[in-house]
Design a protein around this ligand. Structure first.
Ligand code: ZN
Ligand code: ZN
Length: 295
């Protein structure tokens, strides 16, 4: 069974020992995160919610479909399908199992309009920048898909209202910088934030930190971040929300005042803490038009 961590828990990092070997761990009411190989997915809605009564956020690395399905079956019952998959962004480590799962579950996929070109076969992402210390991204390069994925038949563009029909308690927030159409998910009622890769709680540039998933506050993974100015504005916007709980695409979920202070510090000293000393996108952001990348 997944365990709910009390909201009053003073610890700001949620104990990795709670990670029940591949099962999803509850971090806020009806919000569970599952740690896969180096990347997290989030399952939204209370355990036992039932078929078509829950939502998957992001879809891991290639090869993780069965692991995600196992966690979903454990939480929602055998054969239980989500009502939708919502993507924070379309980088390969968040869409690896997307096609397999979406087809098997027959579900819509929500993404920001500016992320659509990377999900409907039109465009590859701007190239990564290995000069900023590739770390995780470089280490995983053998898993990179060769071209953009195409899930256009199931793709639904997030509406400007900030609402997602299948997630009535939540709003999406555009948090570009790491990718042009990156979004975060926010539940005001208990100040729960799903931040994707807008910032992360593990040092992506350090293999050790990735392996141990130590909770630390970091900027977005540098290798793929293509607009550092936008990334800074996005982190400031998220820090201003003063979240109670955050789940990020990489690293452990965190909660409470220590997390908020660390996030505030990241926002206030973003250039110093998060931005690489040099790199192609540090000098000049990647150029995109309607999300289409120009190399
Ligand atoms: Zn990413
Ligand atoms: Zn990622």
């Amino acid at each position: 069974m997944s365990e709910q961590i009390p909201l009053s828990d003073a610890a700001s990092a949620i104990d990795p020992a709670q990670d029940d070997h591949g099962q999803a761990v509850e971090i806020a009411l009806g919000v569970a995160y599952q740690r896969l190989l180096m990347v997290n997915v989030v399952l939204i809605n209370p355990a036992g919610a039932g078929d078509r009564e829950w939502v998957l956020v992001d879809a891991g690395l290639i090869g993780t479909a069965s692991s995600i399905k196992r966690a979903a079956a454990h939480r929602f019952g055998d054969g239980s399908r989500p009502a939708a998959i919502v993507l924070t962004h379309g980088h390969f480590d968040h869409v690896g199992a997307l096609k397999t799962l979406a087809e098997e579950w027959d579900v819509p996929i929500y993404a920001h309009p500016l992320e659509a070109p990377y999900l409907d076969g039109r465009s590859s992402y701007p190239p990564g920048d290995p000069s900023v210390g590739g770390g995780l991204m470089a280490a995983l390069s053998r898993f990179y898909p060769r071209g953009p994925i195409d899930v256009s038949g199931r793709l639904r563009l997030l509406s400007e209202t900030g609402r997602i029909p299948e997630l009535p308690e939540w709003r999406w927030i555009h948090t570009p910088g790491h990718s042009v159409g990156h979004v975060s998910l926010w539940r005001e009622a208990d100040r729960t934030l799903i931040a994707g890769d807008a910032f992360v709680t593990t040092g992506q540039e350090s293999a050790y930190a990735v392996a141990t998933q130590r909770a630390e506050m970091h900027g977005p993974p540098a290798y793929y971040t293509t607009d550092w100015g936008a990334a800074e504005a996005s982190v400031k916007r998220l820090a201003d929300l003063e979240p109670e709980v955050v789940a990020t695409g990489h690293g452990e979920p965190m909660r409470g005042p220590e997390m908020r202070a660390a996030l505030r510090q990241l926002a206030d000293r973003f250039a110093e803490i998060a931005v690489p000393k040099d790199g192609r996108y540090v000098r000049e952001p990647a150029t995109t038009a309607n999300g289409l990348a120009y190399r």
